[in-house]
Design a binder for this molecule. Sequence first.
Ligand code: UDX
Length: 438
Amino acid sequence: MRLSVIGTGYLGATHAACMAELGHDVVGIDSDSAKVDSLIAGRVPFFEPGLPEVLQRNLAAGRLRFSTDPADAADAQVHFVCVGTPQKASAYGADLTQIWAAVDALAPHLRQPTLVAGKSTVPVGTAAEMTARFQAAAPAGADVHVAWNPEFLREGHAVADTLHPDRLVAGVTDPVDEARLREVYAALLAEGTPWLVTDLPTAELVKVSANAFLATKISFINAMSEVCEATGADVVTLSKALGMDPRIGEQFLRAGLGFGGGCLPKDIRAFMARAGELGVDQALTFLREVDEINLRRRRRTVDLAREAVGGRFRDRQVAVWGAAFKPNSDDVRDSPALDVAAAIYTEGGEVVVHDPRAMDNARESFPHLAYADSPQEAVAGADVVLLLTEWRDYLDIDPHTIAAAMRDRVVVDARNALDLSLWRAAGFTYRGLGRPGA
Ligand code: UDX
């Protein structure tokens, strides 16, 4: 099929390359010419394992093109909208500027009956408004139908999540639209991927409620961390025991510094804002707590670090391992790690940050922090080392090899990911989140 993908960020670039991998003829459209030039040259402008190979293979096969000109999308049978929906600058709601810009850019080029499938995470009701806007802006005869086909990919696993999803959700208003989406995903459906057909608002809600649930699960275990800290219990063992109950499950039950990134924090806030507009704000007030618990973990980590260096950060050197919001990503959007690093800097600490992949993005967002080229360089002369993003690189470091370089041997493991007996054996004082007795 001929497909277009509007917006080539994390979601769109992955979707475009993966749809070409399925054998479709795909054009990716983005107004950012630097991004488009990079993709045309076979370079993914962010770190995503496995994506460069899929991109390059499909560019070479001639199935994948990129352009800044929406006219190049004109003859596609399905247009996927994959633009960003960030949090508004000074409110909880989602900023839909890019969604409406995509409609305005695409509408004049639509000549035949067309399906536009939204993949971006949007407030419920957006698909209906999009339909109305297309009907108003597209030339007569275009007959634009809108479907919602939410994306559940995780950064760091984007290719596998797109080519082997847990489920495909198709919010449609017409069986013809469902048939067209089935054709797009025929290869995945043949592998047995569950296919759920819904109305538009249910499809929009599947995505935001999935993210709200995941955020709630993380904040639940982090709330237990607070209780553990008050009682001498150990949240790591507690989480393990809870996770063995198949009704609860072990995933997204890792206690620590909490969630960040471009999705969970802004999605729960946008969901609360939308519930308010719909007059059901009470249904989601618990998400305010979820957000608060999450942000409290960041403050608690700063407190632990401050205690570890003797009560104040001035004249103290703090090594920070990790800047990305999670391992295997270079994304620093709402990164808990950088939030903690910046808070310590603001209190007068000398902060030296290392990350295997996110250094450029971190430098751009937080230019005043100091950066080291290796984890070893970051700890040289430090009073404490904070593990804030659990990259494999850090878990593999033998603490004996860094002990001598530090001024004081204290480690704060804000992801409960290090081997505490190993660090103790190397002479370190170990502090974890939710593990007061450890
Ligand atoms: C998330 C959803 O998982 C995905 O389905 C959706 O499409 C986009 O949002 P992503 O933001 O890539 O994906 O990251 P995810 O792997 O969900 O992690 C989110 C955050 O939660 C990270 O900061 C991570 O460190 C944190 N986390 C995750 C925990 O603190 N504890 C856990 O047990 C799991």
